[in-house]
Design a protein around this ligand. Structure first.
Ligand code: DQA
Length: 152
């Protein structure tokens, strides 16, 4: 089971970027933890970080046919990118949106969430572990669906 893991702009700076908000872990460390957990769950991660909207859209389009789900921290794109929303929605894959910080406890502009409505769920404010919870819930729901199909 392939899971796409997308990280948007400025998340490449994790570790040094506003550690009081985002913690001290680098994106590389976080992705490795997600990959390890995925392995335990019988899944595999295909990861992409980009500061460019179109690169994230291309990545979804190029990988959607062989993927079972999407975990995405869109960074600031989550607040205004209709292109990423349309790409996630168009893929028809189940998606979970992750934000490391609690976007609802911050500036008012972060209250606008244009991607969330096309995701199964949103995890915000639980730090890097949000990615792990997203993975666990995504894998469980994909397995549930497969079981339901088998029963029919
Ligand atoms: C973020 C929250 C966004 O509002 C912000 O623009 C980010 C990081 C988070 O993980 O908490 O870049 O997505």
């Amino acid at each position: 089971m392939q899971i796409l893991l997308l990280n948007g702009p400025n998340l490449n700076m994790l570790g040094t970027r506003e550690p009081a908000v985002y913690g001290h872990d680098t994106l590389d460390e976080i992705v490795k933890r997600v990959e390890r957990r995925a392995f335990e769950l019988g899944a595999e991660i295909t990861a992409c970080q980009s500061n460019h909207e179109g690169v994230l859209v291309d990545f979804i389009q190029q990988n959607q046919a062989r993927a079972a789900g999407i975990i995405i921290n869109p960074g600031a794109f989550g607040h205004y990118s209709y292109a990423i929303r349309d790409a996630v929605s168009g893929s028809t894959l189940p998606a979970v949106e992750v934000h490391i910080s609690n976007v609802h406890a911050r500036e008012a502009f972060r209250e606008t969430m244009v991607l969330s409505a096309v995701c199964r769920g949103v995890i915000t404010g639980l730090g890097w572990r949000g990615y792990i919870y997203a993975l666990e819930s995504l894998v469980a729901s994909i397995e549930d669906k497969a079981e339901e199909k088998d029963k029919k």
